[in-house]
Design a protein around this ligand. Structure first.
Ligand code: SAH
Length: 355
């Protein structure tokens, strides 16, 4: 470990802000020893805020129809091989009811940008979800919408919104998306969500095509400045029917390194060990938790549609029932000394940086 890397880790751990340039130096100066130090500090911060609790989110993948054409994504509109499905309102509510019985207190409704799910359809659905489960949080992850729409969904009961920024570097964003998609629009959505009062989740893929240390440094700097309540990061994994089919996936080491750094940037951030991380390594989610993550997101979608929500190849947990997914994760978390809890899992108040 270089003296500079050590110093930067200590500065981060002490609550100091870093410039994008320093984040880049930290990433470029990383080795096994600095990763171990990062992990140790990140886990200590995480334990000071959340103990050994792991929050669960029940993921309900409501539609694989999408009007967008993100170059990396398996459900992009130009993928003619994608087998599309859309859950009915009754199916979504049934998934949540089952999830509630299994101990979930947060439901994440995620999907492609599907024109079927207008405000007129989502508002009554959200109201009914909250009527049935008033003690639960509802998170939406339905892509970009107008501010008025975000407001209506919020008023109908949505508590949180996940909208990964994907990359904080505009030029890089443009290489991952078709020309009609806009970096500025996506960033504006994040600001709108924040202004409305949502708990907001940003995030990015690790090892996405063309990504450099400088891009990742910009992502870290953005997280530090925007201070999202949540941050979803996972490795890029190629999908066979996309432009990026033959490119390499992101790796576990870099993903875990970034999880640790993000934990130090914002000790109370909600940070999932993602399904994508579990896909590239058999113990990926455990490694994510051991690097400072504190959330897992098991699948609550009906078993018969899971394979169809294929953002990338070889996605795990597509053959199981919801109860099995939950039990499996319980056992995995216990095996590394953590405990899944029955809780909405809101962000804890900001902890002091003493020690
Ligand atoms: N339509 C919603 C939800 C997108 S899917 C939205 O626009 O936010 C959730 C996330 O999956 C995306 O934000 C993206 O970061 C990730 N993802 C998509 N394709 C991927 C791939 N090939 N490998 C890894 N992650 C991918």
């Amino acid at each position: 470990m270089t003296p500079e890397a050590k110093r930067l880790i200590e500065r981060l751990d002490g609550g100091e802000r870093l410039t994008a340039e320093k984040f880049r130096r930290l990433l470029e100066g990383s080795d096994k020893e600095s990763d171990a130090l990062l992990r140790e500090k990140a886990v200590a911060r995480r334990k000071a805020v959340y103990g050994n609790a792991v929050f669960v989110r029940g993921l309900i993948e409501i539609s694989s129809y999408c009007k967008n054409d993100c170059l990396y994504c398996g459900i992009r509109r130009s993928n003619r091989n994608a087998d599309r499905y859309r859950l009915t309102e009754e199916q979504i509510l049934a998934c949540a009811d089952e999830g509630y019985t299994l101990g979930f207190r947060t439901f994440v409704l995620q999907g492609g940008e599907d024109g079927y799910f207008t405000d007129e359809r989502l508002v009554p659905l959200l109201r009914e979800l909250k009527r049935r489960h008033p003690d639960c949080a509802v998170t939406l992850s339905l892509g970009e919408r107008g501010k008025e729409s975000f407001q209506r969904l919020f008023d109908a009961g949505a508590d949180r919104y996940l909208l990964r920024h994907e990359t904080a570097t505009k030029a890089h964003y443009q290489t991952l998306h078709p020309p009609e998609m806009s970096f500025d629009r996506r960033m504006n959505c994040l600001r709108d969500l924040r202004a409305i009062g949502y708990a907001v989740g940003a995030g990015f893929m690790v090892g996405s095509p063309g990504q450099t240390a400088e891009h990742l440094a910009n992502d870290l700097y953005f997280i530090q400045e925007f201070q999202p309540e949540m941050c979803g990061i996972g490795p890029f994994i190629p999908h066979k029917d996309t432009v990026f089919a033959n490119l390499p996936a992101g790796n576990v080491e870099m993903t875990c390194r970034l999880l640790s750094i993000i934990r130090l940037i914002k000790p109370n951030i909600l940070l999932p060990a993602t399904t994508a991380l579990g896909t590239i390594h058999p113990r990926g989610r455990e490694l994510g938790i051991q690097a400072g993550a504190n959330v897992v997101m098991p699948n609550l979608s009906p078993a018969d549609v899971r394979k169809k929500y294929a953002l990338y190849d070889n996605k795990i947990c597509t053959g199981e029932e919801s109860a099995q997914c939950k039990d499996c994760l319980n056992a995995r978390m216990r095996a590394v000394g953590y405990e899944i809890v029955v809780s909405r899992g809101d962000a804890a108040p900001v902890a002091s940086r003493k020690s």
